[in-house]
Ligand binder design. Structure first.
Ligand code: SF4
Length: 504
């Protein structure tokens, strides 16, 4: 099967019209700007050999009250994505207990360390605000919490204060508390003003978290690590959160080609890795959406170049390794070729096994700020096709980049509502949907296979060559699971043809 604008594109446009027709006029007008069909465009930046389309939708705009949006809040963007995985710091969910409790340890950020002794990623720390804290202020309580953390977990290397909504509403001075406690304990204390009400989605939380690194780690700890020996091939991996071990599967490839990964942000990261990041030669960005801000800052202030890369699926891995190697000259370029050649037999074996089982299967995606485009070629490496994709919190530059991946006729939906997504899935009936936990069970109840593409559904890694083998197996398990043959009630199944019965 191959998508084309004439057939699938027009079908998808009709689907959009049909979905919008059920909204009140004002809502339909606003939502129309977020839904579109990718059209073959003439943007000049297409990577060689890739189809190019324009995904012209409005994005990063406030969701309409009353619709079921799948977005998170700024606190989720800072605590859940950027800061939470930094393993040797304690991250306080500052405010009432629920925000931290109900988002506890959901991202599957793997790490090495002894939990509760020198690493704290899967623990939940909260200041547990009560009514009196809201009325009289919670700064004293915050001080007490930080003191208790030093007593109970003395091997922590620092603390972050992840503000929930009430902190901004009551005007607590968490910056003053941080300065005071930094002096007392001699440790890095980072106040993060990521109150959930800020911005339109978790995306602003990522930005605020990046700014906190700039202001409270780089600027506050500038003279640390003077004895750190810099090398000519030092790189930081930025925006790999080590979901199910992704960063480890990536690091192997970078190290095999002769680079030294001096920092991984922020999966399995230490505070020291963040502090000394400005000493690296190149920043490699995987999740552009959540971490481009700090890379741009490092470029401006420390002169460190950055480049994006994509380690989903062999086509993009090879292209990325070659692009990264270009920054380091012929020796590393030759090493990159050797790494690609080394893993080719693994790639061939995975493709030989799974492509025949997955060829021609269609996929709809709805994920966060990177994967709606980055995983597309990994599916295509297995002969599958993306028929719809969209972002929870993408910005215009994400949709521009998406045009380098999707084909003419692909359905594009930004901040899609629960109702729209359900209707699109019903209308298209793809062979697989890749999205989050909130979408998983309704989709499966529609009889359509599903994979969680935020947390890899308790599996992974999906990055790197090792990850591709797991990715292919997981997609096969989801799509070709015999359970889908049991979906129809026995009395709704087609009766076997009389000839077949006679032959038995
Ligand atoms: S929006 Fe506010 S109250 Fe809700 S989870 Fe985010 S920080 Fe907590």
């Amino acid at each position: 099967m191959s998508l084309d604008y004439e057939n699938d594109g027009q079908l998808h446009e009709k689907l959009i019209e049909e979905v919008l027709s059920h909204y009140p006029d004002k809502t339909a007008k606003r939502r129309k700007k977020h839904l579109n069909v990718a059209k073959a465009g003439d943007a000049p930046e297409a990577a060689e050999g890739q189809a190019l389309s324009e995904c012209d939708v409005k994005s990063n705009i406030k969701s309409i009250p009353g619709v079921m949006t799948i977005r998170g809040c700024a606190y989720a963007g800072s605590k859940g994505v950027v800061w939470g995985p930094v393993k040797d710091m304690v991250h306080i969910s500052h405010g009432p207990v629920g925000c931290g409790q109900y988002s506890w340890s959901q991202r599957r950020n793997y790490y090495i360390g002894t939990t509760g002794i020198d690493t704290f990623v899967t623990m939940q720390f909260t200041s547990d605000f009560q009514e009196k804290d809201i009325v009289f202020g919670g700064d004293k309580k915050l001080e007490k919490v930080i003191d208790e953390i030093q007593d109970l977990f003395p091997l922590n290397n620092g603390v972050t204060i992840q503000s929930e909504c009430p902190i901004g509403l009551i005007g607590d001075d968490i910056e003053a508390v941080s300065r005071k406690k930094k002096k007392e304990h001699g440790k890095t204390i980072v106040p993060v003003r990521c109150e959930g009400f800020r911005g339109v989605s978790q995306s602003l939380g990522h930005h605020i978290a990046n700014d906190a690194i700039r202001d409270w780690v780089f600027d506050g700890n500038g003279n640390k690590h003077e004895d750190f020996e810099v090398g000519p091939y030092d790189v930081n991996v930025i925006g790999d959160y080590n979901i199910g071990g992704d960063a480890w599967a990536s690091r192997i490839l970078l190290e095999e080609m002769g680079l030294r990964v001096v920092g991984n942000w922020s999966g399995d990261a230490t505070l020291a890795e963040i502090e000394r990041a400005p000493k690296a030669k190149l920043n490699l960005i995987h999740c552009y959406r959540s971490m481009n801000y700090i890379c741009r800052h490092m470029e401006e202030k420390y002169g460190i170049a950055w480049t994006e890369y994509n380690f989903f699926g062999p086509s993009q891995i090879a292209a990325s390794l070659r692009n990264i190697a270009k920054y380091f000259g012929p020796e590393i370029e030759a090493n990159a070729e050797a790494v690609i050649a080394k893993y080719q037999p693994l790639v061939d074996a995975v493709v030989a096994k799974f492509r025949p089982r997955l060829e021609g299967k269609t996929v709809m995606l709805y994920v966060g700020g990177l994967r709606p485009r980055h995983v597309i070629t990994a599916y295509e490496d297995l002969g599958m096709e993306i028929v719809g994709t969209g972002y929870e919190f993408g910005h215009n530059d994400d949709y521009q980049r998406t045009g380098h991946y999707v084909k003419d006729g692909t359905l594009i939906y930004d901040d899609v509502t629960g109702y729209e997504l359900e209707k699109f899935i019903e209308g298209i009936r793809p062979d697989l949907v890749g999205s989050g936990i909130k979408e998983k069970y309704p989709v499966q109840k529609m009889g359509i296979p599903f994979r969680q593409m935020h947390s890899w559904d308790y599996s992974g890694p999906y990055h790197g060559y090792d990850g591709f083998a797991i990715f292919a197996r997981d997609m096969d398990l989801a799509i070709n699971n015999p359970v889908w043959g049991l979906y129809d009630a026995p009395w709704k199944k087609k009766a076997p043809a009389p000839m077949a019965i006679a032959a038995e």
